[in-house]
Design a protein around this ligand. Sequence first.
Ligand code: A3P
Length: 324
Amino acid sequence: QQQQQPPVADEYRDVIAALPCRLQGTPQRMRLYEGAWYREDWVPGIIAFHRRFVPRDDGGDVILASLPKCGTTWLKALAFAVAARGAYPPAGDVQRHPLARLSPHDCVPFVEAAYFAGEEARLEAAPSPRLMSTHASYSVLPASMRENPRCKVIYICRQPKDMLISYWHFMNRSKFNTMSFSDVWKSIPESTYFGSPIWEHILGYWNASKMNPDRVLFLKYEDVLCDPIKNIERIAEFIGQPFSEAEKKAGIVGSIINLCSLQNLKALDPNNIGFRRVVGIEVPNGSYFRKGKVGDWVNYVTPEMAESLDKFLCDKFHGTGFAF
Ligand code: A3P
C-alpha cells in the first residue's frame, strides 16, 4: 500500500509551499517545519517521517539523532557494530563485516532520506531492532514513537564551534556549497544552520532524555572520544543488548572501537571512493571523515569570535541544566 503513495515531494508540495521560508545566508532555500529550519529539499522526507512513520512494536526501533557534523557517521558505525555483533563479530575476519563493505550510512539509513527516495520499503524490511537515523528535531518524531517505550532514541551533540568548522569543510568538499565562511560562522545565531535553532534541537532531546532516560540516551561527541569504552557500553545497555562478562573479557568493546575508529573507517573503499546521493545531492563518501579532533576551531577563528559565540549560546542554555 505504501508503494502506491505518490513521491513525498509531490504529496507535500502544497504543505511545503505554505511553510515560512528563507534564502539569504543559507546553502539553499530553507523551510520552517515544527519549529526548526531545514534545507527545503529535506522537508518532504521530514514531513513524511512525522506523518507516515509507524514504529515497530515487536523488537522496537532505535533512532540515532543529531545535528549534521556532530558525529552521526561514527554513532551509526558504533551502534550498528554493537547491535549486529551476534551475526557479525567485530573481531577476527573483519573483512566479512558489513562495515568493511558498506558506508555506515548504508548500514543505518536516514529515515527522511529513505522517504525522499521512495525507499520506505527498505525501512520496513530491516530486521528488529531497526536502526535508523535522523537530523530532524525531537518535535518531528511521531507521537506514536515518542510515547512508545520500545522505541529508543540516541542523540549525539558536539561543541558547536567544532561542528561549524566540520560543516565548512564538508560543504567545501560537496558540490552544493554556496555559503561563505562568514555565513557558516553566523549560522548559529542567525538560525541558518540545518535544524536551527540549534539550541532548541539540542534541548528538545536533552529534555526528553531527562524525562525518559530509558527512552532517550544523550551523548556528547567529546565524551565518546574521551571514554569510548564507557559510552559503547552505555549504548549496548540502552538498546537492550548489554555486553556479557565473557564478551568484555574477550575484548569485544576494544574490537568495536578499532573497527569504528576514524583511521579504520576512513581507509575503507566505501568511505573514501566515489559519491553518494543524499536527498538529491551528490556528496563524496570521503567527506564524512576528516580529523575527528576536539578544538580544531582554534585553527580557524579568533578567540574573540569564539568567545562571542560561546556567550551567545551560554545565554540560550542558561537555566536549562544543559552545558557543553
Ligand atoms: P571533523 O570534520 O571535525 O573531522 P557527521 O558524521 O555528523 O557528518 O560528523 C562528521 C564529523 O565526525 C567529522 O568531524 C568527522 O571527521 C568525524 N568522524 C567521522 N567518523 C568518525 C569516527 N569514526 N571517529 C571519530 N570522529 C569521526
